[in-house]
Design a protein around this ligand. Sequence first.
Ligand SMILES: [Zn+2]
Length: 256
Amino acid sequence: MELIVIGSGPAYTDRRGAAAASFVVRAEGAALLLDLGQGAFPNLASTLEPSGLAAVVVTHLHPDHFVDLVPLRHYLKWEFDPPRRVRVVAPAGLTNRLDALDGHEGFAAEALDIEALSEGMLRIGPFEVEARRVAHTNESYAIRVSVAAGGSGPGASAGPGLVYSGDCGHAEDLLPLIRPGDTLLSEASFGAGPVAPGAQHITSGDAARVAAAGDAARLLLTHILSGHSRADTLAAAQSIFAGPIQLVTERDRFEV
Ligand SMILES: [Zn+2]
């Protein structure tokens, strides 16, 4: 499996060229997109042809994780004759959010096949997708993606997986998803910490603790707010997790 970083930014950033949360996972000629936050669509469209996505999985309904579904919808409707469609799996309420942005009922449905995300296993093309609820909004998920083992039914995974935290206010919520040898791609919105009172996010140290507890092979950190030192963010994680750790940036590619 290949992971391509489309957007590694959080809700706001002063990092030039950054886009909000968005990641492509590729395997066996198929591509799955995890989140599509603000500014991510150009990075996506310059990386692959978006109408060919097997699906978009949205972890939760904060704009920095879904709002560039608006340009994706326009692209699918206007770039092709006849228009094309993409499958979107997301928490309840996405259709109404997108329709409200355009002030037009039916806006999303003109190009997006939106279905409900829930806890458990989902097969999308060659991918086995596992979703677990995490503390953040009233409906937020972390996602594990792996290449499904051929013909072995739901739950069978051929190799190491990628566990993506989405946004997460309680690091231990990620543990049930992490299997030994997995890559953990985790938010660290407040860098090395502390997390602002009332914010449902974790630090790089929290992410490192669950990476170690779950015997992950590697930790990738993302979604770091401006004003937090990237060097301190990395150092805090390195003091806890002995495996390789990297702060990801747009266009980074990793073999998982
Ligand atoms: Zn969020």
